[in-house]
Design a protein around this ligand. Structure first.
Ligand code: NDP
Length: 388
C-alpha cells in the first residue's frame, strides 16, 4: 500500500470494528480515521475515538450522547448522536468506509457512504440483502467501489479477479454448519442462546453467531452473493465445510476450480479489502495445512436447517422478499436471544412471515426499503404473538 488514506468505521465497537481497528493500529501511517460509530457503547467508542484521533464519534442511540460527550471532553474529537448524525458521519467521504453495523440499521449510513463514490468495505450483509438492487444501482451511479468483507464473498471476489464472469459454472459458498451442524432435529428446539452463540471456528457478534447456527447466515450470504456476483441464482450453491479453511470457490467452464483458503480470522478478508488492489500484512499465523490435516465437505441439510431454502425462495421471488426475510429474521433472532422463542422458531417465523405477505413489489428507493423493513418487523412481532 502506498500513501495515507482516510477511513471511517461504522460499527467500530463491534467484532468487525475491532478487527478493522486492530489492522489500523498496526499500520498507523497508512490510515487517518475520520468517523467511528457505535449504537450505545459510548465509553468504548470514546476510548477508540481518542486512541485513533478520530474527527468525529457518533452514537446512534441519542440518549447516549451526553455520556459520549463527557468521555470525549478535551479530546478535540467531535461527538454526535442519533440516526441523522450517523448518516452525516458516513457521508464525510472517507477514502474507505468499513460498513460493520449489524442489521438493517446499517442501511442508511452505508447508502450515505456509497453516495460519496469512494470505497465501501461491506461487512453489513443485511443492508445489501434488504436493499438489493437499490444499493447496487447506487454503486453503479456513483462509481463507488463495493468490496466484500464477508469471508466467503471476499474469497469469491479474489477468485474472480482476472476472469470473465461469463465463464463461471458455479460459485460455491462454504458454510461451517455452525455449532449445531451434527445435532439431531429433535434437540434443536431445545438449543439455548448461550449454545447458539458459541461458534466452533469464528469469534463474532451475537446476531451473526445465531444466524450461523440456524444457517440463516448462509442464506443471507446466498442473497448477498446474488447481488455482488451477477452470475444468476442457478449458478450459486452452498456446501458445508466444517473446518472453515476454504472460504469459498469458483468453478469455471473448463473444470478449473479456484478457491481461497485462509485462517478463520476476519482480519484476513478485512485486510484484503483495506489494501485492495494491493496487499498488507496481518498478524495471522500462516496456514498450516499439514497440522489441519483434513478438509471435508458435505451437502447442507435443509430439513434441519431450512433457512438456506427460505433465502433461495426469497431471492427467486425477488422484489422486497429478501428484505422481508431479513427483517423477520432480525426480529426472531432478537426474540430468541431474549429467551422469548425457541431456536427452531426463528426459521419457522421467517417462513410464516414470508408466506403471509402477498406483495413483494420491488422497492425503488432507500425510503421504500425502510418502509418494507418496518412493515415486515411489525408483521413478525404479530406472527410471534399469534404463535404463543
Ligand atoms: P457486533 O454485534 O459485534 O457489532 C455491531 C456494531 O454495530 C457495534 O458497533 C454496535 O454498536 C453497532 N450497532 C448495533 N446496532 C446498531 C444500530 N441500531 N445503529 C447503529 N449501530 C448499531 O456485530 P459484528 O461485528 O459481528 O457484525 C457486524 C456486521 O458484519 C454484521 O452485518 C455481520 O453479519 C457482518 N459480519 C460479521 C462477521 C464477524 O466475524 N463478526 C463476519 C462477516 C460478516 P454497540 O457496540 O454500541 O452496540
Amino acid at each position: 500500500m502506498t500513501g495515507q488514506r482516510t477511513i471511517s468505521v461504522l460499527g467500530a465497537t463491534g467484532s468487525i470494528g475491532a478487527s478493522t481497528l486492530d489492522l489500523v493500529r498496526r499500520n498507523p501511517d497508512a490510515f487517518r480515521v475520520v468517523a467511528l460509530t457505535a449504537n450505545a457503547q459510548a465509553a468504548e467508542l470514546a476510548a477508540l475515538a481518542r486512541e485513533f484521533r478520530a474527527e468525529v464519534a457518533v452514537v446512534a442511540d441519542e440518549a447516549r450522547l451526553p455520556e459520549l460527550r463527557e468521555h470525549l471532553a478535551g479530546s478535540g474529537v467531535e461527538a454526535a448522536g442519533g440516526p441523522t448524525a450517523l448518516v452525516e458521519a458516513a457521508a464525510r467521504g472517507a477514502d474507505i468506509t468499513v460498513a460493520a453495523i449489524v442489521g438493517c440499521a446499517g442501511l442508511a449510513p452505508t447508502m450515505a457512504a456509497i453516495e460519496q463514490g469512494k470505497v465501501i468495505a461491506l461487512a453489513n450483509k443485511e443492508a445489501l440483502v434488504s436493499a438489493g438492487e437499490v444499493m447496487t444501482a447506487a454503486v453503479a451511479r456513483t462509481g463507488a467501489t463495493l468490496l466484500p468483507v464477508d469471508s466467503e464473498h471476499n474469497a469469491i471476489f479474489q477468485c474472480l479477479q482476472g476472469n470473465d464472469a461469463a465463464n463461471v459454472r458455479w460459485i460455491t459458498l462454504t458454510a461451517s454448519g455452525g455449532p449445531f451442524r451434527d445435532w439431531p432435529a429433535e434437540r434443536l428446539a431445545l438449543a439455548t442462546p448461550a449454545e447458539a452463540v458459541k461458534h466452533p471456528n469464528w469469534s463474532m457478534g451475537a446476531k451473526i453467531s445465531v444466524d450461523s447456527a440456524t444457517m440463516m447466515n448462509k442464506g443471507l450470504e446466498f442473497i448477498e452473493a446474488f447481488h455482488l456476483f451477477p452470475v444468476g441464482v442457478e449458478r450459486l450453491r452452498i456446501i458445508v465445510h466444517p473446518q472453515s479453511i476454504v472460504h469459498s470457490m469458483v468453478e469455471y467452464r473448463d473444470g478449473s476450480t479456484l478457491a481461497q483458503l485462509g485462517p478463520s480470522d476476519m482480519r484476513v478478508p478485512i485486510a484484503s479489502a483495506l489494501a485492495w488492489p494491493a496487499r498488507m500484512d496481518t498478524p495471522c499465523a500462516p496456514l498450516d495445512l499439514a497440522a489441519i490435516g483434513e478438509l471435508t465437505f458435505r451437502a447442507p441439510d435443509e430439513t434441519r436447517f431450512p433457512a438456506t431454502r427460505l433465502a433461495r425462495e426469497a431471492v427467486t421471488a425477488g422484489g422486497s422478499a429478501p428484505a422481508v426475510l431479513n427483517a423477520a429474521n432480525e426480529i426472531a433472532v432478537a426474540a430468541f436471544l431474549a429467551g422469548q422463542i425457541a431456536f427452531t422458531d426463528i426459521a419457522e417465523n421467517a417462513a410464516r412471515v414470508l408466506d403471509s405477505m402477498n406483495d413483494f413489489s420491488a422497492p425503488g428507493s432507500l425510503d421504500d426499503v425502510i418502509l418494507v423493513d418496518r412493515a415486515a418487523r411489525a408483521r413478525t412481532r404479530e406472527t410471534m404473538e399469534l404463535a404463543h
